[in-house]
Design a binder for this molecule. Structure first.
Ligand code: ATR
Length: 273
């Protein structure tokens, strides 16, 4: 049977096996999907061993995405732009192709929530790997402006400079931000510590769309905060997780699974509904 897995550390709580097993069932594809948690300095070896032993493809998650970028034979244009790889496919001619489906997953999830990106004014919080992966797919939707704000301003400036060929991207400090924005995307890892990016409450209005790339069984710190400021449309990253997986599955199998039912089952599994 064709073998796939996700590499991460820690990875025990990954929902990817659950999601891909449901995709496989739904599309009647014969495959198995497992987990691998190599020691931090053992990833390159573990990756090579997996493919030497007949593995067909894998996902890569924290903290290995940047390293995976350096280990594949060929990169997709979107992986090149993201500077990170979350999906690897062994092609028929034996080439390890590195791809990145995170940004496409974000955009697909935003659209499935009815968020309009074209001509919108987007605020992207954070300038780490998650922000970098989101930028090209977001700019491809032709927003009127995309502003990056980051605690370490120089990193936002660097990202804006790197992506300015793709659209109207600027970097501003949290203090400089002036609304109104149509959409705020939190790509920071602040929610992991239950912290909030230092965003002025005045920037949140009832018609703004709020997206936190993090997710949990209950509201993330950022989603909870935005709701208290009056935001009516708030989304967390669970849908992005399912959509990036669907995109990876499509890369591997050439068939696109439906995501709605799988997302519902995942929410049930997490105890969200
Ligand atoms: P990832 O790959 O998930 O993006 P990362 O590259 O470590 O992770 O980046 C984390 C991002 O969250 C950074 O933009 C970080 O800001 P700094 O560049 O200033 O470190 C941001 N971040 C983390 N904790 C934060 C907090 N409490 N408030 C604001 N930003 C935070």
């Amino acid at each position: 049977m064709d073998r796939y897995l996700v590499f991460g550390h820690p990875v025990r709580h990954s929902k990817s096996p659950f999601i891909h097993t449901l995709f496989a069932r739904q599309t009647q594809q014969e495959l198995e999907y497992g987990l691998a948690e190599p020691a931090i300095d053992e990833f390159a070896h573990a990756l090579r061993t997996f493919f030497d032993q007949g593995g067909k493809g894998c996902n890569v998650t924290v903290p290995f995405k940047e390293q995976a970028f350096t280990l594949v034979d060929r990169l997709s244009p979107r992986a090149k732009r993201a500077g990170a790889v979350n999906t690897i496919k062994l092609t028929d001619d034996g080439v390890l192709l590195g791809d990145n489906t995170d940004g496409a997953g974000l955009v697909a999830d935003l659209k499935s929530h009815g968020v309009t990106l074209a001509d919108s004014r987007i605020l992207l919080l954070g300038a780490g790997g998650a922000a970098r992966g989101a930028l090209a797919p977001l700019l491809a939707e032709l927003p009127s402006e995309l502003v990056i704000a980051n605690r370490t301003h120089a990193k936002a400036q660097q990202l804006a400079a790197e992506f300015c060929d793709l659209g109207h991207v600027t970097a501003q400090t949290y203090e400089q931000l002036a609304g109104p924005f149509d959409l705020v995307i939190n790509s920071t890892s602040a929610s992991l510590q239950g912290e909030l990016p230092p965003l002025a409450p005045a920037l949140i209005h009832t018609d703004i769309a709020i997206y936190d790339m993090m997710y949990g069984a209950s509201d993330t710190a950022f989603v909870g905060w935005a709701k208290r400021q009056g935001a009516r449309q708030t989304m967390d990253g669970l849908g992005m997780l399912v959509e990036q997986a669907a995109e990876a599955f499509t890369v591997w199998r050439g068939i696109r699974p439906g995501t709605k039912q799988v997302l519902r089952e995942l929410k049930r599994n997490l105890g969200v509904i």
